[in-house]
Design a protein around this ligand. Structure first.
Ligand code: GLC
Length: 432
């Protein structure tokens, strides 16, 4: 936790950073969609794009809506919005469309990513300076958004347990989180050889290990061999997770979708169905609460075990709004103690955990879009001071290091890719 003396007033330094943030998005624009960063991630990523739209909203509303339109242009007929859309060829990334093997008009991966887009759309609708235009755009996208949420509830929770299942660590958006370690052990390794491209752009000490990549690729092959058939994959996938991060983000986005359905007067039996499924989630969520640790964990569906490692995903339960009053109190206490455990916050894995690695991707580094969601959840739960501390640290990090992909909680150093879209977008939306 740092003591920031940066006030909310617009200083020249803030103006400068804001201009740089705008420039980052403009430079990463590939004609209607934004790459997370050039080289390392040369395509359109699902939750990156959604978060990035919040940044575009600050200076080009038309462009912000276009980001979402292009994202939904890659939606599969069953409603799934893929995790990556390969609009243009690039050889700086692996695995590309051939390895994924999904035969669709817009080449894509065959899994999704945290569905934050519904929540983003609601913010865009509420904050629009041109409400007429925003309403028109939201109205056109709304049914696609509903299809996407129905896909989560129906294809990823066909037994209506209330807790959707994810099939790949890449789907969680938190690729090498220690929460996936044990479950990944049950996944075989690919037997073919491949050449990674990520470690050509970023120091391998800041990236996942080969042992993880071998299993990530096995799962990609598995989906292809099962012809992307939802029923077969649900029945046989060797990796099935109730990811508390995705469950929380979906729940919040469904709530926002229902609010939008009222704003746009688009309520119907499909939105009613989503409301019913949300009630089932609210009932089921206690299964992910660990009474001993006072914390929400993900659950390995195949072993029915909670994954008892404290990652920042558990704090998204506040953002989702499904924590009870006593759970909220515990989670705020945990957050305060978490903030004190490193120089900057909030580390993606609790610094006291043995698997904590402050510079390796999702095993410790700070991610600003996650900070934003956690702070929002804390604020809405009545913990303004804790939320402010997270916001101050986030500001301090961009001031010190710029718009990096993620940050080392011990030193504040920027890690991973440079000039990163979602970091610049969150800076504009939340920090500057
Ligand atoms: C990495 C991150 C993922 C993100 C993608 C593009 O795979 O783990 O969350 O969407 O990069 O930035």
């Amino acid at each position: 936790m740092t003591n920031s003396n940066w006030t909310a007033s617009t200083s020249p330094q803030q103006q400068n950073l804001r201009a740089l943030a705008e420039k980052t998005l403009i430079n990463n624009d590939l004609g209607g969609y934004t790459v997370p960063t050039h080289g390392l991630y040369p395509f359109q990523w699902n939750w990156d794009s959604a978060i990035t739209a919040l940044g575009w909203m600050q200076f080009d509303e038309q462009r912000a809506w276009q980001e979402l339109e292009i994202l939904f242009s890659g939606q599969w007929p069953d409603g799934m919005v893929p995790h990556i859309l390969f609009h243009k060829d690039s050889d700086s990334y692996f695995p590309g469309p051939v390895v994924w093997g999904a035969d669709k008009p817009i080449k894509s991966t065959s899994i999704s990513q945290p569905p934050v887009v519904g929540s983003v759309m609601k913010i865009m609708l509420e904050q629009a300076k041109d409400p007429h235009f925003a309403r028109e755009k939201a109205t056109t996208l709304f049914n696609k958004l509903v299809d996407y949420h129905l896909w989560w509830y129906q294809q990823r929770d066909p037994e209506e347990t209330g807790l959707v299942v994810t099939y790949h660590p890449w789907e969680s958006g938190m690729d090498n989180s220690p929460a996936w370690d044990d479950a990944l052990q049950a996944v075989p390794c690919v037997t073919w050889s491949y050449e990674r491209r990520d470690t050509k752009h970023v120091d391998s000490a800041q990236r996942p290990h080969k042992s993880e990549y071998d299993r990530f690729l096995y799962l990609v092959d598995f989906f292809k061999q099962h012809q992307f058939d939802s029923k077969r994959i649900f029945a046989q996938c060797p990796y099935k997770m109730n990811d508390i991060g995705i469950i929380a983000i979906l729940h919040r986005a469904s709530k926002d979708l229902l609010i939008m359905s009222e704003m746009l007067q688009m309520q119907d039996e499909r939105t009613e169905y989503i409301a019913k499924r949300m009630e089932v989630t609210q009932q089921a969520i206690s299964a992910l609460w660990c009474e001993k640790d006072h914390y929400f964990y993900s659950r390995n569906v195949l072993t029915n075990q909670l994954v008892a490692v404290k990652t920042s995903a558990g704090l998204l339960s506040l953002y989702a709004g499904f924590a009870s009053a006593t759970q909220k109190t515990s989670l705020n206490k945990t957050s305060i103690e978490w903030l004190q455990a490193s120089q900057f916050s909030l580390a993606s894995t609790h610094p006291s955990a043995s698997c904590y690695e402050p510079q390796r991707y999702w095993r410790g580094p700070i991610w600003l879009h996650i900070n934003w969601m956690i702070a929002l959840g804390l604020e809405e739960s009545g913990y303004q001071d804790t939320a402010k501390s997270i916001q101050n640290d986030s500001r301090e990090l961009i001031k010190l290091a710029g718009f990096y992909e993620y940050f080392n909680p011990e030193t504040g150093a920027g890690c991973g890719g440079k000039d990163f879209s979602w970091t610049a977008a969150i800076a504009m939306h939340w920090l500057l």
